[in-house]
Design a protein. Structure first.
Length: 143
């Protein structure tokens, strides 16, 4: 039987300094803030849609984490800040793709299940009405 071994340590600066560590941190932070970000986005947006704000927020959060690690490691330079901008987009893109990979199949499955239930309900209603017509037709013939 396979067992799952949970990590025994928290994030370290070394973890956050890697692409994978930053992606995980951004994914977790944005997942927690997403609903609040969407509310803010709806208030700002003229068309009432709040989803647009999540991706720019992911880039901003990525950038802040990368800059924070540069400051702590005392590696702030024009070159590293420029690279941080590019890397922030890369991290946000990967975190968004991870979200789509994890959540999209679940949402699609839920939508398909809802559609199946609706189709079943419609079929039962149609069968019920056709059975009712058959019964009334048989009553008219015999009556």
């Amino acid at each position: 039987m396979d067992t799952i071994t949970l990590p025994q340590t928290f994030f370290t600066l070394q973890d956050l300094s890697s692409l994978g560590g930053t992606v995980i941190a951004v994914y977790v932070i944005v997942s927690f803030l997403k609903d609040y970000l969407k509310i803010l986005g709806k208030r700002i947006s003229k068309d009432g849609s709040g989803d647009w704000i999540v991706r720019p927020s992911s880039v901003l959060i990525s950038f802040l984490i990368i800059i924070w690690t540069l400051v702590i490691r005392e590696e702030v330079s024009a070159e590293n800040i420029g690279l941080a901008v590019i890397n922030a987009f890369l991290v946000a893109l990967i975190a968004g793709a991870a979200h789509d990979y994890i959540v999209a199949p679940t949402k699609e499955k839920a939508v398909l299940q809802a559609m199946d239930k609706e189709n079943l309900r419609n079929n039962l209603e149609n069968q019920g009405s056709s059975e009712a017509k058959n019964i009334s037709n048989s009553n008219n013939i015999s009556g």
